[in-house]
Ligand binder design. Sequence first.
Ligand code: NAD
Ligand code: DAU
Length: 350
Amino acid sequence: MSKRTVLITGGAGFIGSHLVKRFLKSHAHRIVTLDKLTYAGHLGNLSDVLENENHRFVKGDICDASLLDRLFAEENISDVIHLAAESHVDRSIESPLDFVQTNVLGTVSLLNAAKKHWNGDRNKRFHHVSTDEVFGSLGEEGAFHEHTNYDPRSPYSASKASSDHFVRAYAHTYGMNVVISNCSNNYGPNQFPEKLIPLMINNIVKHHPLPVYGEGLNVRDWLWVEDHAEALDLVFHQGTAGESYNIGGNEEWKNIDLVHALCEQMDQILERPAGSSASLITHVKDRAGHDLRYAIDASKIKKELHWEAKMSFENGLRATALWYLENDQWMESVMDGSYRDYYERQYQNR
Ligand code: NAD
Ligand code: DAU
């Protein structure tokens, strides 16, 4: 690919920030990060690259059509990697409309801007970062592959499925060059502590109860965030237009087993008596409509793009625990929003 200007939405969030940093390190592309800095977005996640001359951070909403229009024109955006979203299933159960607003309407706003400014140029690519949750829930056996029927079951997954459909519709109707990737549960540094692993780490440190939904028998397929960023890099640069790619870590864990494994690691790291973290485990009311099992068949990306996850779950979990323990200030600041206020003051005039 020649020199590009890639708009990465949601780049101050968990996965987006790893992707922005990877791209600035590995490619000569100019990166424009667009992020609204909701509760889940933190400029601190990008502190290493805020001054990078190939990078511009813009605070803004993907639903703001006039901002998108200006940005596409001003920066001559050649590609979009779209990650901005409301991403937490529990919040979607409380407030579905927020998910329709950002995940559905925001995606269509971006597609409209790309359609207008790219004017049918198939050299320009729109990559939508989606989720395995669009495929619904598995029983004990099997795995999601790219042709599995869509069967979203939470307001979050329904909004992501809808945005996938719009991306495909724009490819079919207007001839846009699109790729979609559907990945499993990411984990690693910089994940907002409402998600299972960082929430449990935070609670263990503070001796708070560890809330396991229901019996904890639900299964997730865990993917190290930097393995995911590598896969996104390949899909963006080498994926076939119009195709989708499943990305998974091949690390299926029942929630209760995962929490026990984490407790053991935390006892060792914190030098607490064996079993003390596990004694905090508390079974709580199950999530409404809780999907039983997700698992990804990642053979297509392995065969076509020669990618597979490298990080073992044991090592990744330990690295994650250590990162959170070493970054307790990050944890505190994202919880109370003070970090966001500080950076916003610094960057409000850019
Ligand atoms: P995240 O919640 O950590 O980050 C989302 C980012 O989007 C935040 O920085 C937030 O400020 C920004 N944002 C939200 N609404 C916005 C708006 N209207 N305009 C501009 N920016 C906005 O999410 P994440 O876990 O990094 O997920 C990134 C993407 O990957 C999402 O699209 C999500 O659906 C998808 N995904 C995540 C996982 C996972 O395990 N985390 C798995 C599969 C797919
Ligand atoms: O599968 C991909 C999806 O993974 C992404 O699309 C979502 O953006 C991401 O949030 C994640 O969704 P999950 O709902 O699987 O992740 P979460 O961390 O919220 O929960 C993981 C599992 O742990 C799930 O079965 C619910 C359970 N859980 C979660 C929390 C927060 C608990 O038992 N207790 C908790 O406190």
